[in-house]
Design a protein around this ligand. Sequence first.
Ligand code: NAG
Length: 391
Amino acid sequence: MTPTGILAGLFLVLALYCGIDPWKQSAISGFPDFKSYKVEMPPWSLIPKEKDEENLLQRSEIKFLNQIQGPESMAFDPLGRGPYTGVADGRVLFYDGQKWTDFAYTSSNRSEICNPQPSPLSYLKNEHICGRPLGLRFDKKTGDLYIADAYFGLMKVGPEGGLATLLANEAEGIPLGFTNDLDIDDEGNIYFTDSSTTYQRRNFMQLVFSGENSGRVLKYSPATKETTVLVRNLQFPNGVSLSKDGSFFVFCEGSIGRLRKYWLKGEKSGTSEVLAIIPGFPDNVRTNEEGNFWVAVHCRRSFYAHINSQYPKLRTFLLKLPIPAKIHFLLQIGGWPHGLVVKYSPEGKLLQILEDSQGKVVKAISEVEEKDGKLWMGSVLMPFVMVYNLA
Ligand SMILES: *[C@@H]1O[C@H](CO)[C@@H](O)[C@H](O)[C@H]1NC(C)=O
């Protein structure tokens, strides 16, 4: 056999292997309907290259280590108490300044399977039974807490806590698949995201790999109790936050890595436009007192991920190799977890980047909430809260 023949033979075996995945070792082996889609990335040259050379987030304090698993939102009630946060076992917890106590929960069917586990990822199997509260927001007038539960939908619980009640679990007849974040306007309307109707939260990695576009931005009206679709065909829409003046809200597009502005008032009402390109994989976004937006970015995106986004066939091929999902994920973020937060003006100007590019202290961030000169940061992947002092 010639070297070319051997090479061709090896290639054939590899292609066959990828086509069949006989030992079910690929990152998508449990997903027979998995398909990759093109993600229309902005040119690499337009991705912001600004860096926090000092890696200031390394000065963050790790709080409540192993006391809370996978906190996403960091919400404070109308009296300024908290934070409140949703954790991996389905509870919403409240920090009273001394200790954490149970505040609310989203599942009416909790049992010992929802009991504490060793790590945030060990809850995935039972999330659909125990619930998984992600985005949290208080209605400042009523003190009600609104919850985006990844499995159950949009929910609400009174100021006294307890079992949350369901407000919405479908739109246009299509069930919510991965309710993620929300915000409330002055009239009590809720703007919220359904990240995907194809992949559940526990399969967020496959959702990232796929780039599919079943995500939606929705509006729930308390007056009519109806949910309408504001924006559709989105690739992993995630955080939502109203502007300070309420004339628009912004939302994160996870797959592309963009911040989009949706007009609620004025002549552009009902339309949306790109506000900023985010350097990485964004999660939640929160408006601060000045009216600027803090975007929590899990990690930056590697050039490999950038190229992969645009070639779905190449992506599918690579995903069929016997490589665990976690390794693919690490390749997408450039090798190791490293969190960053980026602040934007209402006009989309990048105002500040804080990061830990080595991932020494802050490895991933799901949300950043500014309060009294501090940034409170949660992560669905970490067993603690991170606090950064802005002063
Ligand atoms: C309630 O939880 C049990 C497991 O603890 C599960 O087998 C059952 O299907 C759940 N029921 C509903 C209605 O979700």
